[in-house]
Every structure is written in C-alpha cells, then in structure tokens.
Write a protein that binds this ligand. Structure first.
Ligand SMILES: Cc1cc2nc3c(=O)[nH]c(=O)nc-3n(C[C@H](O)[C@H](O)[C@H](O)COP(=O)(O)OP(=O)(O)OC[C@H]3O[C@@H](n4cnc5c(N)ncnc54)[C@H](O)[C@@H]3O)c2cc1C
Length: 204
C-alpha cells in the first residue's frame, strides 16, 4: 500500500485559527488554543483546511469501507475502463501465514484471473468481465476531505474495531497530516496511539 499526501491547504492551522478568531471577535486565536476550542465541540472552523491523498495498492474491500465516509470526495480507478487482465491482490496476513490457506487462495485467484482473460478473449466488455474480480483486487483512489472529517474518520477507523487494512491507511494519513497541523491532529494521535502503539513509536 502507498499513501501519498498530494495537496493540502497552505498554512492550515493559521487559516483555522483565523476562522476561530472571526467567531470570537479577534484577528485569530493562538494556534495552541485550537484544540481547546475543538474539544468544546466548536468544530466548524476545522473544516476550512483540506487535504488530498492518493492511495494505491489497497484492496477493493478497503476502498469500499473508505468511500462510506460521505463527507469526503473520491475519484477511483475504474474497472469499467481499465483492463484487469493482470490484477494484483492484497493477501490478508492471516491467510499469507497459513500454507494451506495460501494454497486455496492461489488456486482461486489464478482461476479467476484466467477466467477474466478468457471472457475478454470472447469479446466480453471489461465492465462485464469485472464481475469476476474479488474484493482482494487492488485499486487506486484519490480522496479529498476537510480536517474535521479526517479527525472523525481516524477516530472510527484507527479503533481496534476497524479492519487492519483501513486502520493502516488511516494511520499513514494521520502521520502525514500531523507534522503539518500538530495542533489539530496531536491529541487524536496521542489518544489513538494507545490503540495503535506503533503510531507513537514512529514505526508506520
Ligand atoms: C467498525 C465498523 C464496522 C462497520 N460495519 C458496517 C456494516 O456492517 N455495514 C455497514 O453498512 N456499514 C458498516 N460500517 C460503516 C458505518 O456504518 C459508516 O457508514 C461509516 O463508518 C461512515 O461513518 P459516518 O457515517 O460517521 O461518516 P461520514 O459519512 O463521513 O459522515 C460524517 C458525519 O456526518 C454526519 N452525517 C453524514 N451523513 C449524514 C446523514 N445522512 N444523516 C445524518 N448525519 C450524517 C454524521 O454525524 C457522520 O458521523 C462500519 C463502520 C465501522 C467503523
């Protein structure tokens, strides 16, 4: 998996501090005061900064979970337009570590790959042949959201209740956003670090 930050609002914390300032009759609040205001539930100023990520090499299972976050915008590689005769697959660690499971996995994806190619050779359109592709098929997706939505997404998806793959995506996004806006993402990082210890050890 690769998670790249491709665009972000310039001076995001200053933009947000200015928005809080407008609300409270000043030029701007101090950057260190942002988290205090946010903790009170005054969250709309945090929506004035956005970030765009390009995420590749995740499974379609994971991208389906990602796009459930409706407040973000997405553009995803299309299986209608892109030929998938040579698809890549994400193999879950639990399967990869069990030789018997790996055997079943390989046999199945090899059959599906071959069947996709055979359908294409028969003249079946990509948009119909793709019905054979499994959730494991990798995809690329561009995602843009505001910082409030990222905070919300991280709280749901870095939680131990979330699945390992989307957790990893969100941890990587958080690690890319934190240095740019430590006053916005610092407390979330600290809190979520208890649930995903490698986050705070800088091992992600
Ligand atoms: C552990 C876990 C298990 C899950 N399991 C399932 C499952 O089995 N089946 C399934 O279908 N989904 C499942 N989901 C997806 C989940 O139900 C949400 O659709 C997904 O997490 C997006 O969250 P959200 O709606 O809060 O976020 P967003 O869509 O990003 O919305 C952000 C916030 O905006 C507000 N909002 C957005 N749209 C509306 C609206 N229409 N009405 C009112 N408020 C709105 C809400 O406050 C919301 O929290 C699961 C999620 C998690 C984290």
């Amino acid at each position: 998996m690769e998670v790249r930050l491709v665009a972000v609002t310039p001076n995001p914390e200053q933009t947000i501090a200015r928005a809080y300032g407008i609300c409270t009759g000043r030029d701007a609040i101090p950057l260190e005061a942002i988290s205090k205001w946010a903790e009170r539930g005054h969250l709309s100023p945090i929506e004035h900064a956005t970030a765009t990520f390009e995420i590749s090499g995740i499974s379609r299972a994971c991208s389906h979970q990602l796009v459930r976050h409706r407040v973000a915008s997405y553009s995803q590689e299309s299986q209608r337009y892109v030929d998938m005769s040579d698809p890549q697959f994400v193999v879950p660690a639990q399967i990869a570590s069990d030789p018997k499971a790996v055997k079943i996995w390989r046999r199945t994806v090899d059959r599906l790959r071959t069947a996709y190619r055979e359908l294409r050779e028969l003249g079946i359109r990509k948009e119909d042949a793709r019905f054979l592709l499994p959730n494991a098929t990798t995809t690329r997706i561009v995602m843009t959201a505001n910082f409030r939505e990222f905070l919300h997404m991280f709280s749901l998806r870095i939680s131990p209740a979330a699945q390992w793959e989307i957790r990893e995506v969100c941890v990587q996004m958080l690690e890319l956003l934190y240095p740019i806006a430590p006053n916005i993402f610092g407390s979330a990082r600290q809190e979520l670090g208890a649930q995903y210890p490698s986050l705070l050890r800088g091992k992600v």
